[in-house]
Design a protein. Structure first.
Length: 117
């Protein structure tokens, strides 16, 4: 299963300028806030979570919210995506992978999920 999302980096910047830390906490955990120093990275994380929700077919909402999806990074900077256990169980998720890019004012993320058959 696959999900994709694109976000205008300026839209995320505006949201953060207007609502501050509250805006960040709406879609990121404290660990993720510490990781995402640049606004392009923050926008990439937003896109990643939206893409992850699309990959399992729910979108962001009651069945999968921003805090059900966790992002971290390897030592070399590769982003890692992991769904919370209740989501992994419900959707039979075996593995999930994430790739992020940003250029020209936009951040794009793709999430691929494999499921147990
Ligand atoms: C990692 C790399 C592919 C990123 O490509 P880019 O065109 O510069 O930037 P993009 O916007 O497409 O991608 C950036 C995102 O890639 C992801 N990324 C970073 N390192 C990564 C890695 N090792 N593996 C997979 N994804 C990675 C991150 O999500 C990053 O966004 P973030 O920093 O906001 O979290 C590129 O910088 C690279 O190859 N770097 C390592 C080698 C290098 O530095 N070579 C330069 C001299 S040869």
């Amino acid at each position: 299963m696959i999900g994709i999302d694109i976000v205008e980096i300026f839209r995320i910047e505006k949201m953060i300028n207007r609502f501050g830390n509250k805006a960040l906490k709406k879609f990121l955990s404290q660990k993720e806030i510490n990781l995402a120093k640049k606004s392009a990275t923050k926008a990439g994380f937003w896109a990643a979570k939206e893409a992850a929700s699309k990959a399992i077919g729910t979108g962001i909402g009651k069945d999968c919210n921003f805090s059900d999806i966790k992002i971290s990074k390897t030592k070399t900077g590769q982003p890692i995506i992991k769904y919370k256990k209740k989501i992994r169980k419900k959707f039979k998720i075996q593995n999930s992978s994430l790739s992020i890019t940003h250029d020209g004012g936009f951040a794009i993320a793709v999430v691929v999920v494999t499921i147990y058959s």
